[in-house]
Design a protein around this ligand. Structure first.
Ligand code: GUN
Length: 312
């Protein structure tokens, strides 16, 4: 199986927005297809006497978003036929104690890969924790060795959100070669790796990264064939910033107050969906776009770790 390079028929989905039909990139359905492919592969491995992949996650504290993400990751493991272990700690866990938990997972031969859910409490140095993870089990792709290998185009664990976006573009047949791609945001998890992946050979986009200090951000967006918004500001990308026919990828997931919902909030992307969708040729919804693909790519990375695809 090669879940990352095959082009599949993709679910077509349209939604009526202000009377106009728009084309959605359906991350939820695409992720379901890929998880089914992973499960098939896992059952083949197990039937042949191989080991069932095992992902562990460390969650420190009770951040609402992190709790949801980690629970979704555990559920995705079940869907893919993986074993999963969730290690939960209170937010007064010391850095030393967390590093000791990381060391235990590094040494545990039964664990193929693991993640430490971010953000961590402020008294813990995130970078120190990331660098303590054995790079061969770093299924988040955050360790400097994996970041460096990705940057120079070597096969390795790639950060799940940019990997998922690339997979969506590929499966939806979006032409990237020679196209102008504007990335909003320069985070280590999304913006930076996304820029490197979009410019790599075979993807071949011309990439511009904009951030909070960029002076020409709106003009850059207006000229873009593909906009990837990962700036963390709800509804930041407005209709006047989008060229007709552009492809819009929305990474934002901010919880905004919404009294019409029983829980009192909803997830809002970085794109003003209602206004932008009718102009775009393809757009990811929030939720149901990039989010499900991110978790699905973590599953792909875990399968790769279990098969020692990148490291012995
Ligand atoms: N917090 C937000 N996104 C991520 C992610 O992809 N991995 C981890 N470990 N923490 C996150």
């Amino acid at each position: 199986m090669n879940t990352s390079s095959q082009k599949h028929s993709v679910p077509s989905l349209t939604e009526r927005t202000g009377g106009e039909s728009v084309s959605l990139i359906d991350g939820k359905a695409t992720a379901a297809t890929i998880k089914a492919e992973i499960k098939e592969e896992v059952e083949r491995i197990v039937a042949a006497g191989g080991k069932r992949p095992h992902l562990a996650a460390i969650l420190v504290g009770h951040d609402g978003g992190s709790e949801t993400y980690v629970n979704n990751k555990v559920r995705a493991c079940e869907e893919c036929g993986f074993r999963s272990t969730l290690l939960r700690f209170e937010d007064d866990l010391s850095e030393e104690a967390l590093l000791s938990e990381v060391a235990k997972l590094n040494a545990n031969a039964d664990i193929d890969g693991f993640i430490v859910q971010l953000p961590l409490p402020r008294h813990i140095d995130e970078q120190k924790v990331i660098e303590a993870i054995d790079y061969r089990k770093d299924v988040d792709g955050f360790h400097p060795i994996n970041v460096g290998r990705m940057a120079i185009g070597l096969p390795t664990f790639i950060s799940a959100t940019p990997k998922g976006i690339l997979e969506l573009l590929r499966r939806y047949g979006v032409e990237t070669s020679g196209k102008k791609c504007v990335i909003l945001g320069r985070s280590n998890i999304v913006g930076k790796p996304m820029s490197q992946l979009m410019m790599q050979k075979g993807v071949d986009a011309t990439v511009t990264v904009c951030h909070s200090r960029s002076k020409t951000l709106k003009d850059e967006c207006r000229a873009a064939d593909i906009i990837i918004a990962a700036i963390g500001q709800p509804a930041f990308v407005t209709a006047d910033m989008v060229k007709p026919g552009a492809v819009i990828i929305d990474v934002g997931t901010t919880r905004v107050k919404d009294d019409t919902r029983a829980r009192g909030w909803r997830l809002q992307g970085d794109v003003d969906f209602q206004a932008v969708a009718p102009i775009a040729s393809l757009i990811t919804p929030v939720p149901g776009g990039v989010g499900p693909m991110t978790i699905c790519m973590l599953m792909q990375n875990t399968l790769a770790a279990a098969r020692h695809e990148y490291y012995d």
